[in-house]
Ligand binder design. Sequence first.
Ligand SMILES: [Ca+2]
Length: 245
Amino acid sequence: MKKILVVLLIAALAIPFAFSAFAATGYDSLEAAAPGRNTLIGKVLIDTVEDSGAWNAETENGAQMFDNDTATKFGTGVIPATVTWQMDKAYVVDAVAFATANDNAKYTGRIPATWILSGSTDGKTYTKIHEGTSDDFDDLDFTYFFVEFKNDKAYAYYQLEIPEAMTNGVQLSELVLCSGKTGTETPKTEEPKTEEPKAEAPKAEEVKTEAPKTVAAPATADFFAISALALLASGAALVASKKRK
Ligand SMILES: [Ca+2]
């Protein structure tokens, strides 16, 4: 009986943890989802937005993701889905905030299983910037989800691809591109820095040649004078000793 209780207790603790590991963190507002970020709301040229099909081409088309309103949504059963658009100029996009719509909690699984954001400089050839999965979302209504990634290339054209959905359709109320942090310039395309090798002239170290200290040898004249004095002294000593005898 005790063993069963222990197993049940462990399961009760482990199950919520296992599920929470896969659920993305959701936010009530864009400000809460992407604090301190430059959001590119209003920079999308709405007339350029094209989608590969929608549940309602008039009211649920791709452009509904760019009106800063979670009450309007892009919804489609055409999977894979693609939405392309042009910005007012080129930006380095290094994060996105998605928002779910009015009834994601009711119709669970209306989220991308995979999604790809690509950029283009000419609107024809697209380069993949980031690929995400369903782990970036949760089945909640009107909720923002923030995803950041590394990118240093500026593009004026963007494309969102949804190759697979979790069910037979996808709905997103908002897709907000972010570029850098607020209070800073939009990050510019990084150009490889070519550092010119600084030809530093080798410092010629002054070699201090210290003249060897030469112990002054006694001058020859001094030598003779000393010798002579010694001889005189020894001579005088000899004379004195003879006198004493
Ligand atoms: Ca919207």
